[in-house]
Design a protein around this ligand. Structure first.
Ligand SMILES: [Zn+2]
Length: 92
């Protein structure tokens, strides 16, 4: 009886993992823009084995970055303003 229960729990865990791998999940990463020095927090939605290359721009200087995500970039927050002293949106 106990063995039988353990077997079912294992099966359930396996099932949960299979479902989890198909559910999109929110994720965020922080990085510094190497063009203007701003610190960015990028909010994305990922989905295991369904991620595509998505473009996004630094809100401070417009530099193009890429992320592996399953849906278009949700939100980009500027944690720290640019540090290069410029105000233009052109990338050198
Ligand atoms: Zn930038």
């Amino acid at each position: 009886m106990i063995l039988f229960s353990l077997y079912n729990i294992k099966k359930l865990n396996k099932l949960n993992m299979d479902i989890a791998s198909t559910i999109p999940y929110g994720d965020s990463t922080r990085h510094n823009c190497d063009n203007c020095g701003a610190e960015l927090e990028v909010h994305v939605v990922k989905q295991k084995s369904h991620n595509e290359k998505e473009e996004y721009n630094c809100p401070e200087c417009n530099k193009l970055f890429y992320a592996r995500v399953s849906q278009p970039i949700q939100k980009i927050i500027v944690i720290k303003k640019r540090t290069d002293g410029k105000t233009d949106l052109s990338v050198d």
